[in-house]
Design a protein around this ligand. Structure first.
Ligand code: TA6
Length: 285
């Protein structure tokens, strides 16, 4: 692990280590468990952009509710299996990563993290994975997958970002259009509303042509979300379903909105090919 003037490490009572970043432009916090970005606060407006549940598990066992969970090599529950057979959203977010390097420049701090393993039940292909997090005026996160084997494979992945909103009832999304698959209505295909507000349980897969820009406006601040390497954007809010989640309080849904940069349609990597899924979060100009 390299050292840097802009990072410090801290460990909680359950042995979960955090990388705390502070530089001229922002503060951020990354848990080594799941390489999980938990906080990004640009100094330009001082507003926390990410939401983490006050009841999130921080025990190096269960996924952390909030921040930016990494979903890989599948998205959701199934991956063609009975629900519960395989871990929801894959197995990167429930393992402890290592900090491979830290690079400080005048404008940003660049962290590179590596997972402990990239094979598990349900995915046995030879591949390399790394996560590159850049903290500056914006937060950039890139999930990079390389096929190091001699056979092609297909996978899904997501940067499942929980955005902090002042109140969901005052929040709108701009920049997402076209049709979406509504997972709360058995996959019915519907048209993205304008304005795009949230007033019920929402779980939508918006197919899109990357790169794309979405804007989340909550009446207090505006956040710009730039995506690339994705074939879709997922918008999720559990609404009153939050009450059934052990790591979220019943009204937590009022202060969060997931706008996720996702590959949900399967991406095929041939031997030696690399895929980069990237999300950039910033203060909208
Ligand atoms: O991204 C939306 C979604 O797939 C929802 O269907 C819901 O399952 C959510 O992710 C949270 O999943 P998790 O496994 O983190 O509870």
């Amino acid at each position: 692990m390299t050292t840097s003037d802009s990072i410090s490490l801290s460990t909680n009572q359950e042995g979960l280590t955090f990388i705390n970043v502070e530089n001229a432009h922002a503060t951020a916090k990354v848990a080594l468990f799941g390489a999980h970005v938990m906080s990004f606060r640009p100094k330009s407006d001082g507003k926390e952009r990410l939401w983490v549940s006050p009841h999130a598990y921080l025990n190096c066992e269960k996924p952390i509710r909030g921040g930016i969970p990494l979903c890989w090599p599948w998205f959701g529950h199934n991956h063609g299996q009975e629900k519960g057979t395989l871990p929801s959203h894959g197995f990167l977010r429930t393992q402890t990563w290592s900090l491979s390097s830290v690079e400080d420049t005048s404008d940003e701090t660049v962290l590179t993290l590596l997972p402990a393993f990239t094979k598990s039940k349900g995915f046995e292909h030879e591949c390399g994975v790394k996560l590159v997090i850049t903290v500056g005026e914006t937060l950039s996160i890139s999930l990079i997958t390389t096929n190091t084997g001699d056979e092609a494979f297909s996978f899904d992945c997501a940067l499942h970002t929980y955005f902090n909103v002042d109140h969901i009832g005052k929040t709108t999304i701009e920049g997402i259009s076209g049709e979406y698959e509504d997972k709360t209505r058995d996959g019915e295909v519907l048209t993205t509303p304008v304005p795009y507000s949230i007033s019920e349980e929402t779980d939508r897969i918006h197919l899109c042509q990357a790169p794309d820009i979405a804007i989340v406006e909550d009446g207090v601040s505006t956040t710009e979300i730039r995506s690339s390497g994705n074939d879709s954007i997922v918008v999720w809010n559990p609404w009153q379903g939050a009450a059934s989640l052990s790591d979220m309080d019943a009204f937590g849904y009022k202060h969060m909105l997931c706008v996720e940069t996702t590959v949900t349609q399967g991406h095929t990597l041939k031997p030696e090919e690399t895929h980069i899924l990237k999300q950039v979060i910033g203060v909208a100009k």
